[in-house]
Design a protein around this ligand. Structure first.
Ligand code: SF4
Length: 403
């Protein structure tokens, strides 16, 4: 139950119904000013984070935004139990970490409630040490709960010196847990990690499009058995369901009848896997926070038919979503063109409507490589792509839109 400022009680079910994307504005009124609400509120469920002995909320605040501008959202997130915060030292040029630091300076008592995660994109341990110290300073904290190597794309990156570094930083009390995030070749990275014994947590792309493949199932099982805590990201599998085809209409209509938005249904599909500890998703405003919290609080499960519909929709629209299996397409064109990354940057621009973010990432690709992209024949890569993506056309469009 949720107590409102006027002492009315809102049930979880009512909360979900009201907090669909369309109804989110009305729940602001129902709950009153979130920054001043003082009554105890319902909080979202938690799950064990692998074998670490730590329980985390099933929804994590994705902080790839300027969190300095999100103090009210962060405050309300804590009140609803969204106390797993994810950031990286590169997000918004450091403004994400600084914003979290601003929050923690204002509400120091909340630090022990928050499971704080940040990442280093350095490729060596010297750089990781520098990044970690900077993150601690920016976030005004003495320790990070979970420290990630950012965007690992091969098991070969999980080297013995990283293990030694993680052990040293744990002994110094600067980090509690260590792991990595992965956007490309996730399954291979997860399998490699499951055999190492020193990876505590992984954040990987995981959604209704990716969860049914044999490779992903095998990787999930291996990590679960190894006790690795798993956080899903990119849980929407691209953008919102559209209403262009019969199955899209069917999907949207069916979820609507049950009181979900399609975005909420996609979260529920991911939570179906009991070993997904949490879903990390960006919540830059109160509307999205409420919508996601509502989905997390609601206990209604998707039916087998609804899971099948999502799968059918994924099949019918596979050409529109890159699954990050870069080890398949990139070697077909010499191995030096980051096709999987470019597809992801296009997704930021097109599906998330965040062209700025897509451009920032794209422009980090060395100029020499970008020049080579232009004249490249992507035919061999297209032939291998399991999603049947029009790689050549998309790479040319990326050059125009993001270059
Ligand atoms: S373009 Fe196709 S083969 Fe390449 S990473 Fe994406 S889905 Fe995989």
């Amino acid at each position: 139950m949720i107590m409102t400022n006027s002492n009315r009680i809102v049930s979880r079910r009512d909360f979900l119904k009201t907090a669909t994307v369309a109804g989110a504005a009305s729940i602001v009124g129902a709950l009153g000013n979130p920054a001043t609400a003082s009554q105890p509120q319902a909080t979202i469920p938690t799950r064990p984070f692998g074998k670490t002995g730590i329980d985390v909320p099933i929804l994590s605040f994705g902080g790839s935004l300027n969190t300095s501008l999100s103090m009210l959202v962060l405050r309300q997130a804590v009140k609803w139990g969204v106390t797993y915060w994810d950031t990286a030292n590169t997000y918004m040029g450091g403004r994400s970490e600084k914003g979290m630091g601003k929050y923690l300076a204002k509400y120091p008592a909340d630090r022990k409630r928050i499971f704080l995660v940040t990442k280093s994109h350095a490729w060596n341990i010297e750089g990781m040490s520098e990044d970690l110290n900077l993150s601690l300073e920016r976030m005004r904290t003495d320790y990070i709960d979970l420290y990630f190597m950012h965007s690992v794309s091969s098991g070969n990156e999980l080297t013995a010196d990283k293990k030694a570094w993680a052990e040293k930083k744990k002994a110094e009390g600067k980090i509690r847990l260590f792991g990595f995030s992965t956007h490309s070749n996730m399954e291979e990275c997860m399998l490699a990690a499951s055999g190492l014994g020193w990876v505590d947590g992984i954040m990987m792309r995981y959604n209704y499009r990716l969860m049914h493949t044999d490779d992903m199932r095998t990787a999930m099982d291996a990590c679960s058995q190894a006790g690795i805590g798993l956080t899903a990201m990119k849980s929407q599998g691209g953008g919102q369901v559209k209403t262009d085809t019969e199955s899209e209409l069917k999907l949207a209509g069916r979820f609507m009848k049950k009181g979900f938005s399609d975005a909420q249904a996609k979260l529920k599909a991911v939570w179906e896997h009991p070993n997904i500890a949490s879903i990390c998703t960006e919540m830059p405003n109160m509307t999205l926070l409420m919508s996601n919290v509502a989905a997390a609080m609601d206990k209604t499960k998707l039916s087998v038919g609804e899971m099948d519909l999502l799968q059918q929709y994924a099949r019918e629209t596979r050409w529109a979503y890159c699954t990050g299996c870069a080890a398949i397409c990139e070697p077909a064109v010499g191995g030096h063109i980051p096709i999987g990354d470019v597809m992801r940057y296009l997704m930021y621009a097109r599906s998330y409507g965040d062209r700025h973010r897509g451009r920032i990432h794209f422009q980090k690709i060395p100029l020499r490589i970008r020049q080579q992209m232009e004249g490249m024949d992507y035919g061999p890569a297209e032939q291998r792509c399991p999603q049947e993506m029009a790689i050549g056309r998309l790479m040319r469009e990326a050059l125009k839109e993001l270059g």
